[in-house]
Design a protein around this ligand. Sequence first.
Ligand SMILES: NC(=O)c1ccc[n+]([C@@H]2O[C@H](COP(=O)([O-])OP(=O)(O)OC[C@H]3O[C@@H](n4cnc5c(N)ncnc54)[C@H](OP(=O)(O)O)[C@@H]3O)[C@@H](O)[C@H]2O)c1
Length: 347
Amino acid sequence: MTYRVLQWGTGAVGREALRGILDRSDLTLAGVKVYTDAKAGLDAGELIGRADVGVRAALNVEDLLAEADCVLYTPRTPSVDEVCRLLSAGVNVVTTSFAFHPARMDAVDRDRLLSACRTGGTSLHGTGLNPGNLGVIVPLALSGMCREIERVTVQERADWSMYDSVDITFDQMRFGAPPDEVTEQVESLRFTSDLFRQQVWLLGDTLGADLDEVVTDLEVIPASADRDVFGRTLQAGTVAGQRWRWSGRSAGATRVEVETLWTVAERQPAHWPTPQHGWTITIEGTPSVRTHVMTLASFVRDVPLAEHVQSASVATAMQAVNAVPGVCAAAAGFTTMADIPFVWHRP
Ligand SMILES: NC(=O)c1ccc[n+]([C@@H]2O[C@H](COP(=O)([O-])OP(=O)(O)OC[C@H]3O[C@@H](n4cnc5c(N)ncnc54)[C@H](OP(=O)(O)O)[C@@H]3O)[C@@H](O)[C@H]2O)c1
């Protein structure tokens, strides 16, 4: 069976998804939606440095929806209106941008998305790296070895100065803003924080942790000097580090925690934990299990730093691309990472 996939957005993740769709033998490219005027009309191959493939990017792809089984939705900021339109038009949606555990989303958005799935007979799936394979699927896979689980912890340690999606770094994540303006009350941070809260709920709900609440804690640190980040300046004194903790509690005890230790070319303060860069997953239980994972362009070849950084976008995109067949085959409604059949690589 071959699935026709429309790629929605051609940023760092979207371009890697395009490569993945073109390379996977059971997927065909049904169209490419872009937001940038200068990209409209370009061949999809040109957008990723390959020969033309005969599919042109467009600002408006509504007329292509009837020819698509699935939209691979990777815009910077998702639109619930837009995704409802896609789902109710009969197109499944796999996204790296939101909907990691839609059942725990804002109730109004959740109900609209579910109703759109039912109207279109379609499924919505959120996935990626973290939240995604490393933040949800790996902990769940490890839990299969445990008789009892006291606590699951997912830690992500990263230096964002190497991440070239600067709109996300500065505008969405508010690095470079004055410290008192970086709080969970800021709209874009509330949105991002909610994604990780959904991740904690998904782990807790799936593992039967009986969570009562997910509590958020944020600490920011200032830059000690001006920093250049892909042509934008992060000024001394503005935010250069964010330590977030989303703690899922049952009867006051933390049972599931996601922690991010994010800096932009700044040393971590001494009181922050120091897991290795990348992702560390720890289960305290019987038995206790820990693993550290990182994505690199290669562990054997000498490659430029930019390629190592890009490998995280490849991983994010490929987890979504490889989920397409499972999501297209799923029943109408929300298909979480805990519901979908195991996702693995296929050429
Ligand atoms: N789950 C995970 O592990 C994970 C990991 C990384 C990223 N993500 C998420 O994946 C998504 C894509 O990330 P990225 O690194 O590819 O970002 P990016 O490189 O900054 O790409 C931005 C994308 O947003 C599009 N865009 C431009 N203006 C827009 C607008 N007004 N509204 C909505 N989108 C607009 C761009 O369109 P063009 O196609 O015209 O360039 C491009 O496709 C983001 O939501 C990000 O948070 C998730």
